[in-house]
Design a protein around this ligand. Structure first.
Ligand code: AN7
Length: 351
């Protein structure tokens, strides 16, 4: 294989059944991109990298988990996989189901999923069902359906998802030579932060690579892990993490605590401001993906986190192309001119 996927690269480190079909779309191997300007804007004196997970085959980190969960399900004979999704899991499960030649059914909250994700799920041939409710309603329905029908559940309550997703922690340590001091990461259903912690701990036990402090970040309108109770009507511009009842919430809180870190919440305007700041340095991510960095910025600005001398990695979880609407809605009044140089003139010398 020209470029092996995560199951090929890390098979011996993954707790997956032998029957797992070793699918690949060459997922993983995403870059750690240095962000010197952003680090300077945040006060400087530390090394900041983003783990650009938007460069996975379907545009989000979900591919690491779905390659494992779909491969396992297909290996034990499943012909249909199902998930509830705010969008990225939908597109990813659809792609790996297509790859394996099985059906994908995806349940999405009606009207609350970004365009690129919906289009992706449809392009890969999934059966897309809109649910009149939130992600949490959709997940409850998926749990019920998989108890009654011979269909494999591939949400992150499926343990094989986390096995695949922890490979991102391995890649960070392999790239840096050790674990970073802090890992900032958005939190929705709380599977990813849980998976990273598993990965860092496993590598540390085997290689003494150290452990990061975890900064998990939710959106303020969907912050059950900060509030300490479920949120009935989660609301945020970061639709990917518009989740009020995270399936792995307890594990995420335990991981943050064990690491000496914490889970915090940031307002939508801080998320969008960080999305713009990242794009101005050449890295366009979807809003939810900017939440981790927005949280990091808030912690540094208020003095709760001293970054000096530290190596900090922020996981940016999905590509900006997933959610073009959010940018276009803010791009008011684009000029329109006749095709003449005099009409173009005022735009050429503007700063
Ligand atoms: C871009 O696709 O829950 O805390 O159904 O798409 O592991 O849930 C997506 C979650 C962060 C949060 N960033 O990760 C889904 C879904 C992006 C995401 C998260 C999601 P978890």
């Amino acid at each position: 294989m020209l470029r092996p996927g995560v199951l090929q690269r890390y098979w011996d480190w993954l707790d997956l059944p032998e029957h797992t079909v070793r699918l690949s779309l060459s997922e993983g191997s995403t870059p750690l991109i240095p962000m010197p300007r952003l680090a300077k804007d945040l006060g400087g004196g530390f090394d900041l990298y983003v783990k650009y997970e938007g460069l996975n085959p379907t545009g989000s980190f979900k591919d690491r988990g779905l390659v494992a969960a779909v491969g396992e399900a297909v290996g034990r004979g499943a012909r249909t996989v199902i998930c509830a999704s705010t969008g990225n899991t939908a597109a990813s499960s659809a792609a790996y189901a297509a790859r394996a030649g099985v059906r994908a059914v995806v349940l999405v909250p009606e009207g609350k999923i970004a365009l690129g994700k919906l289009a992706g799920a449809l392009a890969y041939g999934a059966t897309v069902v809109q649910i009149q409710g939130s992600f949490d309603h959709a997940l409850a329905l998926v749990r019920e359906a998989t108890q009654r029908y011979p269909i494999a559940l591939v949400n992150s309550i499926n343990p094989y998802r986390l096995q695949g997703q922890k490979t991102a922690a391995f890649e960070i340590v392999d790239a840096l030579g050790r674990a970073p001091d802090w890992l900032a990461i958005p939190v929705g259903n709380a599977g990813n932060i849980t998976a990273y912690w598993m990965g860092f701990k496993q590598y540390h036990a085997a290689k003494g690579s150290g452990l990061p402090q975890l900064l998990g970040v939710q959106a303020q309108g969907a912050a059950p892990l900060v509030l300490g109770h479920p949120v009935e009507h989660p609301e945020t511009v970061a639709t990917a993490i518009r989740i009020g009842r995270p399936a792995r919430g307890e594990e995420a809180l335990a991981a943050a605590r064990e690491s000496g870190g914490r889970i915090i919440a940031v307002p939508d305007d801080a998320i969008l401001a960080m999305q713009r700041a990242l794009a101005r340095e050449g890295v366009w991510v979807e809003p939810a993906s900017a939440a981790g960095l927005a949280g990091l910025a808030a912690e540094i600005e208020t003095g709760r986190l001293d970054p000096r001398g530290k190596t900090i990695v922020a996981v940016v979880t999905g590509h900006g192309l997933k959610d073009p609407d959010i940018i276009l809605r803010q791009a008011v009044d684009l000029p329109s001119i006749p095709p003449r140089l005099d009409a173009l003139h005022p735009y050429l010398l503007a700063d």
